[in-house]
Design a protein around this ligand. Structure first.
Ligand code: FAD
Length: 393
């Protein structure tokens, strides 16, 4: 594999770098490095304006076909942009769920009317989305969803509860897994609905996290409505679409992550240099430095599989690897801070110190969302190593 940029790729890298640097050292300097998991409330309106600027300049939805507002970028080109974005300290993207999850799902499984209606506002950064999958009794066992949707004339009427709905406060739309046929087996009878959030039948309640912030919500549907046409794929066949979305979630978007992690490790090392740190920290720093680099090579190794669309093996290994690594990075951060590191994080902004403690607290979630470590190990054991299946309840 040639790890050097081709001439066109080098041109794209230079273009992205100079655009991002100009904007992030100019009018958007205040959002540099802000937002993202554990910091979503930071400068939200400014980050929304940033999303629109990215859209207007053609830097959103790079992978989408040109006819839907994207650039039809190859995976290599996407990686280049994500790397440059991380290198420039680009803020956490408020449109990530739209660009990374529901957009590709609608491109792949939606119909033409849905593509015309929903894709352009995502490209422009005008409409934000949230994901309504998990329920109190349906997390790892997602097919257990109980939220119901029933037809009433030309509308679906939705009743039930979702939980852990990230960014629901700001979302205009939610993609909701609903049971539409109670007589069908568990993985059938589920439909994938697109539901407007701003309506009387939906109530959201914030859930406070370890960081002290509330970035996800309980979402209650009590007679919420959406037009009958807002089903992606076939009615009762939403499981297939839901799994398609998860494959997009675990796909290219995570490929620039290692640069963000490398930046976090740099900050930890800076902090460690200012203190008389325990000798025990040094091998941990070196170990994580090496693993962050391995993460890059693993991501590059995954590209051909992502291109082919067969990603279970690569993405499960990669999710288990980066989630574990990032949690250890958080533990290293708090140890590098010394005794102050163990103090509670819910204090006013304290600069680097606070960012590192937020890293520690939020990274506890990395091994849970997007498929927990235990689930990834089951997948690797059963589907990659062909070990006997884990007993199912
Ligand atoms: C920060 C964050 C953001 C999230 N955002 C969203 C969102 O926007 N939308 C959304 O729908 N969901 C979201 N989630 C929910 C997330 O997808 C679930 O938390 C995850 O799927 C696990 O489900 P659960 O919490 O119900 O845990 P459970 O499935 O109840 O699991 C509990 C524990 O049991 C283990 N376990 C479960 N089954 C097995 C098994 N078969 N073998 C071995 N161990 C097992 C799990 O690994 C876990 O440790 C988010 C979660 C977090 C932490």
């Amino acid at each position: 594999m040639d790890l050097n940029d081709s001439r066109d790729e080098a041109r794209l890298r230079a273009e992205a770098r100079s655009w991002l640097t100009a904007k992030l050292e100019g009018e958007f300097a205040g959002v540099r490095g802000r937002g993202g998991p554990g910091d979503e409330h930071a400068c939200f309106e400014e980050r929304r304006a940033w999303e629109r600027l990215l859209g207007a300049a053609g830097w959103t939805c790079l992978s989408w076909p040109e006819e839907y507002g994207g650039r039809g970028a190859t995976l290599d080109e996407q990686v280049i942009f994500y790397e440059e974005y991380a290198r420039a300290g680009g803020p956490g993207r408020v449109g990530l769920v739209g660009e990374g999850l529901i957009g590709p799902t609608i491109v792949h499984y939606g119909d033409d009317d849905q593509r015309r209606r929903f894709l352009p506002p995502i490209v422009r950064g005008d409409e934000l989305w949230c994901q309504g999958y998990s329920e109190p009794d349906a997390g790892s066992d997602l097919a257990n969803v109980k939220t119901r949707a029933e037809l009433d004339g030309d509308e679906w009427v939705i009743t039930g509860q979702k939980v852990w709905t990230s960014l629901a406060e700001w979302a205009d739309w939610c993609f909701v897994l609903c049971r539409t046929n109670r007589d069908a087996p568990k993985h059938r009878g589920i439909s994938y609905l697109l539901v407007p959030m701003d309506q009387p039948g939906i109530e959201i309640r914030p859930i406070r996290q370890l960081t002290g912030d509330a970035e996800f919500y309980e979402t209650f549907f009590d007679g919420a409505r959406t037009p009958v046409t807002n089903v992606v794929g076939q009615v009762d066949d939403g499981w297939k679409v839901a799994m398609g979305t998860l494959a997009f979630e675990r796909g290219a978007l995570t490929l620039g992550q290692q640069l963000t992690f490398a930046g976090e490790l740099d900050r930890i090392v800076e902090e460690a240099r200012t203190r008389d740190v325990d000798r025990e920290l040094r091998p941990r720093i070196i170990d994580l430095w090496a693993r962050v680099r391995i993460m890059r090579y693993h991501a590059l190794r995954c590209l051909p599989a992502l291109e082919r669309g067969s990603v279970t093996r690569e993405t499960s290994i990669s999710k288990l690897f980066w989630a574990t690594l990032h949690r250890e990075l958080g533990e290293l951060a708090v140890d590098a801070l010394g005794p102050t590191g163990v103090a509670a994080a819910a204090e006013p902004d304290r600069g680097t110190d606070d960012a590192l403690r937020r890293l520690f607290l939020f990274s506890r979630a990395d091994t849970i969302y997007g498929g927990s470590n235990e689930i990834q190990r089951n997948v690797i054991g059963e589907q990659v190593l062909a070990l006997p299946r884990e007993p199912r309840p």
